[in-house]
Design a protein around this ligand. Structure first.
Ligand SMILES: NC(=O)c1ccc[n+]([C@@H]2O[C@H](COP(=O)([O-])OP(=O)(O)OC[C@H]3O[C@@H](n4cnc5c(N)ncnc54)[C@H](O)[C@@H]3O)[C@@H](O)[C@H]2O)c1
Ligand SMILES: C[C@@H](O)[C@H](N)C(=O)O
Length: 375
């Protein structure tokens, strides 16, 4: 420890030197003062200034909470742990129903000090890290995707390790690439994705597992398929068509699909995805033989989805106008996911098959648009 303190003092001196107050030094002092990199004694090293007792409710922070998945997850976790034990955060302004439904806080994951302050002041014990740029928007802004998905993740990992948090980071079918086996894709195989999104997610999986083995971080990760939800909009991914079709079917009776009719991808209804997240977070440590699991529910093509929707809305007209960027991404992703490890280790099981998913989506969007028309 004296060596570390001395190093820390040197770094602080360097920071205070008039010649340079630049960003890299700020990062350096943080690393030397607090980072897991200062530990030399191996995987039994402990940063756990606060330890989470299994008998207490966790105190949860969700980053990127205003996207497609965060609000639903907060609702589920608040039901289980109490409204005030789950804090949603984002860099966007929350709509008033979200703002009034429970604690909301501004947090930019690129601001390490602000994140640390939130974790310390609120005695956070679980961190669900949802902030990210998804596959299609990531390709449109690689520099921002790299910053949010990779630099942001480093902040999250350091803070989680320093404060003994249980950390959930979602990965994705997008963490695989054209050289991975695609039908089905197992947990462990070649991962050479061709998007910045996929590369950043492989990086997150590997860094999280490294921090787990090296520093004892309680890192848990699920590779989600494309998620389908009725009351929240997707944030710019390749699987977005499978949400948009329902809105367009109900509102206009016409849908233009940006993927080819035979593009097969793994998909899941949001309730299954959020329940899986809670289940893996609550799973006893002994049940986890791995730290990154595939989870699966459905696998369908645009044509198969359209046929199922047309069983309820026979007048729906579907045309195809292919987006070459999204099509190339989809063609490199798994067609089907092998999630047998999740099913065997912690009992993962999905509830929604395709007909139930379609019926649920149409009921929700249909009743929503009837309410809107009546108002
Ligand atoms: N939705 C899916 O189909 C799907 C599938 C697989 C994995 N995932 C993963 O699940 C997570 C949540 O996905 P989502 O669909 O809700 O994403 P989303 O794009 O809808 O939302 C991401 C949120 O991150 C926020 N954000 C961006 N930059 C930020 C920053 N600097 N600091 C804090 N927040 C920032 C955005 O404002 C946005 O609200 C992501 O990590 C995503 O990769 C999603
Ligand atoms: C699959 C997932 O990660 C996201 N929905 C995307 O398409 O980018």
């Amino acid at each position: 420890m004296p060596v570390i303190r001395a190093l820390s003092n040197v770094a602080k001196q360097a920071l205070l030197a008039p010649a340079c107050g630049c960003q890299p030094l700020t990062v350096a002092i943080r690393n030397i003062s607090f980072s897991p990199r200062q530990v030399t004694s191996g995987s039994d090293a402990s940063f756990h200034s606060v330890s989470f007792s299994e008998t207490d409710h966790p105190k949860v922070l969700i980053t990127g909470g205003l996207g497609q998945l965060g609000v639903g997850l907060a609702k589920l976790l608040r039901k289980r742990f109490g409204k005030n034990n789950v804090i949603l955060s984002d860099i966007r302004k929350p709509p008033s129903n979200v703002f009034h439904s429970g604690p909301f806080i501004y947090s930019d994951i690129l601001d390490y000090k602000n994140l640390r302050e939130i974790v310390v002041n609120n005695r956070i014990t679980w961190l669900v890290h949802y902030s990210a740029l998804l596959s299609a928007v990531g390709e449109a802004n690689v520099a921002l995707a790299r910053a949010v998905n990779i630099t942001g993740l480093h902040n999250i990992l350091d803070i989680a390790a320093e404060h003994g948090l249980r950390l959930f980071v979602p990965s994705t079918i997008g963490a695989f690439g054209p050289t991975s086996p695609r039908n089905p894709t197992p947990d462990l195989c070649v991962q050479r994705p061709r998007t910045i999104y996929g590369v950043s997610k492989v990086h997150a999986e590997l860094m999280g597992e490294y921090y787990h083995h090296r520093y004892g971080l309680d890192f848990r990760c699920l590779r989600y398929p494309g998620i389908i939800s009725a009351d929240s909009q997707p944030g710019g991914g390749t699987t977005d068509y499978a949400v948009q079709i329902f809105h367009d079917a109900v509102k206009t009776g016409k849908f233009e699909c940006n993927l080819k009719p035979d593009t097969r991808l793994p998909m899941m209804y949001i309730d299954d995805c959020l329940r899986a997240t809670l289940e893996v977070m609550e799973a006893p440590v002994e049940s986890l033989s791995m730290r990154t699991y595939n989870i699966n529910a459905l696998s369908f093509t645009p044509e198969e989805l359209a046929n199922e929707v047309q069983k309820q809305l026979p007048d729906l007209q579907v045309t195809y106008e292919i987006d070459s960027v999204r099509q190339a991404i989809a063609d490199s992703w798994p067609m089907n996911f092998d999630d047998s490890n999740a099913r065997n280790d912690w009992g993962w099981k999905h509830d929604y098959d395709l007909p139930e998913l379609v019926q649920t989506m149409l009921n929700f969007i249909g009743s929503d648009s009837r309410i809107a028309q009546a108002n």
